[in-house]
Design a protein around this ligand. Structure first.
Ligand SMILES: C[S@@+](CC[C@H](N)C(=O)[O-])C[C@H]1O[C@@H](n2cnc3c(N)ncnc32)[C@H](O)[C@@H]1O
Length: 232
């Protein structure tokens, strides 16, 4: 199983799910799922898995529904992750998403209420927008935050700080299991368009770095963070 868009953080999350739930039935909630493209790599080899994906952007949900029209095990909905859901799940994931959520405590409360007791959440966010040298992106960060103040949340992006977000998760009641860092910036550039064996080596290299160094040490060169928490 390989995540085709060459993202080591998402590959790591999918591999974790693969190891934990290879044989059993599992219900996964994907918050801020976009077009849910990552599940195209996962669902075919995990016949017992069901996914509910939610996103506030109706266009990406429509795109996802079109690409999964023949797959009944994924249910994509237009919904706000800052609002409570009534169902419960074994796992919650949010990929490249937290930095786009305006009310993070509300998002964490949704995650909490959607998880069964003992369930795990993989909460992933990126810093690419905030370390970028691109002028347009630099301008869009504060502009998107101003737009959110008048209720336009679509383009929102605000940097997530590891310690602050971890504390918010603990305040909601979560137990922090681990933090991982992925997407070595230089590698992403070099590996664009690379063949599958080379991509797998890259993913393995980033996994190895996480074994060797703590997240704080990797942070200056890694763009993507995954906070893994459990509902006790
Ligand atoms: C960068 S995209 C990531 C999409 C997908 N998870 C992926 O990894 O390709 C972030 C997504 O979060 C969604 N989003 C932002 N705030 C949200 C909210 N409050 N509720 C649900 N989705 C939200 C955006 O609409 C966007 O599709």
């Amino acid at each position: 199983m390989i995540y085709v868009r060459n993202n080591a953080a998402k590959q790591w999350i999918l591999e974790e799910l693969d190891h934990r739930f290879m044989d059993g039935a599992v219900r996964i909630l994907d918050l801020g799922c976009g077009d849910a493209g990552e599940w195209a790599a996962f669902l075919p080899t995990h016949p017992e898995t069901r996914v509910v994906g939610i996103d506030t952007d109706a266009r990406v949900i429509a795109r996802g529904r079109a690409s999964f029209h023949a797959e009944p095990r994924i249910d994509l909905r237009v919904f706000d992750a800052q609002e409570r859901l009534t169902e419960t799940f074994d796992v919650v994931v949010a990929m490249s998403a937290i930095e786009h959520v305006v009310d993070r405590p509300a998002f964490l409360r949704t995650t909490w209420s959607a998880l069964r007791s003992g369930g795990t959440a993989y909460l992933n966010y990126d810093v690419g927008h905030f370390r970028s040298r691109d002028v347009k992106e630099r301008i869009m960060v504060p502009v998107s935050q101003m737009l959110a103040m008048v209720g336009i949340e679509g383009p929102y992006m605000k940097r997530v700080h590891d310690a602050a977000f971890r504390k918010q998760a603990e305040t909601v009641g979560f137990r922090v299991l681990t933090t991982k860092k992925h997407n070595l910036a230089a590698m992403k550039k070099i590996m664009k368009g690379a063949e599958e064996p080379a991509i797998l080596e890259w993913f393995a290299f980033e996994r190895k770095l996480n074994d060797l160094f703590p997240p704080e040490r990797l942070d200056p060169v890694m763009l993507s963070t995954t906070l893994v928490v459990q509902k006790p």
